[in-house]
Design a protein around this ligand. Sequence first.
Ligand code: EPU
Length: 418
Amino acid sequence: MDKIIINGPCRLEGEVEIAGAKNAIVAILPAAMLVDGVCRIENVPKISDVENICNILSAMGAAVRRVEEKTLEVDCSSVRCSEVPYEFARKFRASYYFLGALLGRFHTATVAMPGGCHLGARPIDQHVKAFEQLGATVEIKHGNVHCRADRLTASGIYLDMVSVGATINAMLAAVKAEGLTVIENVAKEPHIVDVANFLNSMGANIRGAGTDVIKIQGVSRLQGGSYAVIPDQIEAGTYMAAAAATGGRVLIKNIIPKHLECISAKLEEMGVSITEYDDSILVDATAPLKKTNVKTMPYPGFPTDMQPQMCTVMLRAEGISKINESIWDSRFKYTEELTRMNAVISVAGKVATVEGGHQLLGAPVRACDLRAGAAMVIAGLMAQGTTVIEEIDHIRRGYEQIVEKFAALGADIRLVSD
Ligand code: EPU
């Protein structure tokens, strides 16, 4: 098993380039199933979730070509299969986007129940409800989700809770349904807007993405085209947090500052200086940090996917900070790993209390999930001595060249393969 080894502490300094958004591309690639012709997709991050989806597309008969370092061409015209088997689906959560995409294209889809990070219960009842509202029957049997419809007809869909996955899946299934579908109480994350923009650039008619209501006028056909994925909000936020946690000064490039406002505001509250430019942001955290409280919320609130990284920033601030996790039931497992590094954190239900100001000490730790893994890397940069991070496949799912990027910012960090 590969490991990341970090000798700390260090103060990050320099520039880092942010990759395309993981949570957009993991939906855009399955969405290519709905398109007749070649989709040229630019700014594709080099992460293992993308490799996994490309493997699924190829195994189903799509032509997938990497034409430039960050550009893929995907042509799903010759796909005849509407099934994603367990061996592929178990590797990542977003495999459920094949349900909406295949249902939209073939009116039938079978996808094994998805895998992904363990963050507590991850029901898909809202995805199922959206498909049923569009006229499909859905059955979950022997670990597979089967969807089938004679025809997909437009409908009003009201989501019971704000769900990124259900919003995107409803869009994918409705884009070619007959008539006008109205989806209410939708998620507003930047990657929702990006998936809608991708589909629109291929000929779909989706309005309102980024607001509470999305309206989709069904079209009979989507044709090939070219599209560039937005920068990754959470990767950018992770480097912002890393700069803040190490008292560093880092210019974060290729970003959309508006998408980072929820993170910038919190860091500024803690005493970090943030300077926004057109497509970059300078994080200067050389001043001491103040404690704060964070509650995770759907966008534009503070993202749950930044919660573990923000915890490391709190560890540098004097005093007691609190985190209230309102999205996932079980997203504090990583705090046990931080405690092994001399952090003082207690968890009661959905609230973590973080006592800052204690010097972290290097230790062997594991990446419990993707964002927990990012937090372990930041903690390793802050800690005195050597930190060895195991189970780093989680990190590879969503962070492109994390070792190289931190090394370029001055960290003593390396990847070791057994
Ligand atoms: N929920 C339901 N029923 C559903 C769907 C969701 O009860 O049918 C609940 C969930 O249990 C959760 C809440 O609604 O409590 C929100 O879940 P959501 O559906 O928004 O999450 P997701 O689509 O499964 C995506 C990201 C996650 C991110 C969440 C929240 C992808 C592939 N994953 O998951 O990202 O935490 O939205 O923003 O887009 C990550 O990148 O590390 C990651 C875990």
